[in-house]
Design a protein around this ligand. Sequence first.
Ligand code: NCD
Length: 323
Amino acid sequence: MQTPHILSAWQFNLEEILDIFRLADQMIAVYEQGPIQDLASCKGVINLFCQPSTRTFSSFEIALDSLGGRMLCSLASYEASSFAKGESVEDTIRYYCEAYQPQLGAIILRHPTTGSAEEAARVADEYGISIINAGDGTNEHPTQALLDLYTIWKRRNGNLDGVKLAVCNDLAKSRTIRSLCLLLAKNFRIHLIATCAPQGTSSLPTDLTRELLDYNVSICSTSDLREAADMSEFLYMTRPQKEYYKKPEDLLAFQDFRVTKEFLDSLPAKNPCLIMHPMPVDSVTFNEISPDAKTHPRCIMFEQARNGLFIRMAILKKLLCPN
Ligand code: NCD
């Protein structure tokens, strides 16, 4: 049997997505009622996060704990790992698999290099151990896409057909935008995705654009947030991914692009547009969602982040204890 991994938003079909969403719904009650022991007899997990993370890291830990599963070990930074000494992804993953195989079911990996999750999966396959991609460079973040889409699914009472989405700000380097667009375009009847980014910044990567067009999704681009809000039910804001830009000048164009309370208050009541953001908001440099907009009724990013727990509970249950 093939080892199940979660590497890309590409891999999911409609049935699998809805199955995860329904299981996530059940997980809400499981979490509210307190810890259960469903995963106590299953294999354990290693959290290997080599880039900063608050929500993905914590929600996987808490998801596992809430199901009675075992976190065998958690590494939370590049500097704390031997990657900082030049160790390869292959050697690290092989070490974990060789050393802990009898008790190890999955490794959750976040790494700055595009393709690192696939590389890890090639090694882990030899041992029947699953890899969950928690973000590989500017490539993908499939579990974030699932929780983003789950949030939209719930807000739309379980119907995603024709959903109007605008993806905004760092279109070129946001892995959450890539994974969300792929998940939506491949599985749901949508005709249009709006993109909105400040002038002078790059658009969606060409390979992603091609894939969307292949799924008959048109892309409508603007640099005006109001226009994007007029075109969408969900406006998905992102943080300028400053860790991937070499020169500070490359970031200047992002400086004044933000959702403010004033802007949200000015949207007409008949416009249903809700603001999403994978978080973190960069509250030091860019304030892409201004402090006074974060708790505005139209801004649902904390709801979105909370849904991450239930999606990750569902994913861990399916991977570690499928029957
Ligand atoms: C995102 C990521 O790491 O790609 N964060 C997250 O996992 N929720 C978004 C970001 O860092 O901007």
